[in-house]
Write a protein that binds this ligand. Structure first.
Ligand code: NAP
Length: 280
């Protein structure tokens, strides 16, 4: 069996073509441009790169970004004040607070201060709850991007056993709820899960979201399973040992070029959705 490559880069590029046309039409009709405000706190080079990539993606489709850079010493109150200012700025349609923030900051309080209608990265508790209840909300960008990628390749989820390895607020937990809402049967694993290999072996679909290079081994994965790897580590490896799966899985996301481009693409898609609601 040769596994189907779930090409996130291609899917994101195709979507960008469509988004570009929608942005042009919106600009022509209203004279307004959707703007994503990005907040980077501190000097972590990986975070700086991600923020830059998100700004670039906005510009590729004709939207704008407003880059806010705050020092490593920023306090929770200072960050909350910055978020409040952006909430009240009618020119800003989406707010991205780059995760992680320095340790002295209460990240959850800051995420939750983002106004729901500008939470285009899907990080607030309110957005999570609404998504879980299948009410309108912007989904957390990485799992929502994964769902869009699986949908674009018509990967069947209903009735499938999905094993999500990882339970972080921005990835594993919302991923599990989105899969449940797609009528999958879902198991969530984490660092205290016993016999992880045995649980993964039951999966029709495996989502690796652990943040540990190749922690999930190829020989844990059932023949014909769909493999989604959200991880990205130096050396171009993910959270799953992917190489041996090319002849064992039925479909897989490559690293890089799978989940990463879909995350950014979902963020700009949701920023445009917000722009469409508020510029009309
Ligand atoms: P995180 O906040 O560090 O969460 C990691 C999760 O993995 C936790 O729930 C943890 O369990 C679990 N875990 C850790 N070690 C484990 C083990 N030995 N066995 C089973 N579970 C274990 O990470 P994250 O932010 O969710 O990110 C996960 C991965 O996705 C990382 O590789 C990250 O780079 C990647 N990511 C990619 C994108 C993208 O755009 N492509 C975006 C976000 C994240 P506990 O809860 O018990 O601690």
């Amino acid at each position: 069996m040769t596994a189907l490559l779930l090409d996130g880069k291609h899917c994101a590029e195709e979507t960008e073509t469509r988004l570009k046309a929608q942005v042009t039409e919106l600009k022509n009709r209203t004279g307004g441009t959707p703007i994503l405000a990005t907040i980077l706190v501190g000097g972590d080079p990986a975070s700086a790169t991600y923020v830059k990539m998100k700004g670039n993606a906005c510009r590729r489709v004709g939207m704008d970004s407003m880059a806010i850079e705050l020092s490593e010493q920023t306090t929770t109150d200072e960050l909350l004040a910055q978020i409040e200012e952006l909430n009240n700025n009618p020119d800003v349609h989406g707010i991205l607070l780059q995760h992680p923030v320095p340790d002295q900051i209460n990240e959850r309080a800051c995420f939750d201060a983002i106004a729901a209608h500008k939470d285009v990265d899907g990080v607030t508790c309110l957005g999570f709850g609404r998504m879980a209840m299948q009410e309108p909300a912007y989904g957390a960008a990485t799992p929502a991007g994964i769902m869009r990628l699986l949908e674009s390749y018509e990967i069947e989820l209903e009735g499938k056993h999905v094993v999500v390895v990882g339970r972080s607020p921005i990835l594993g937990k919302p991923m599990a709820l989105m899969m449940l809402n797609a009528n999958a049967t879902v198991t969530i694993c984490h660092s205290r899960t016993k016999n992880l290999p045995d649980v993964v072996k039951l999966a029709d679909v495996v989502v690796g979201a652990v943040g540990r290079p190749e922690l999930i081994k190829a020989d844990w994965i059932k023949e014909g399973a769909v493999v989604v790897d959200a991880g990205y580590h130096p050396g171009g490896v993910g959270d799953i040992e992917l190489a041996p799966l090319v002849n064992k899985a039925s479909a897989y996301t490559p690293v890089p070029g799978g989940v990463g481009p879909m995350t950014i693409n979902t963020l700009i898609l949701q920023t445009l959705e917000s722009g469409l609601k508020h510029l009309n």
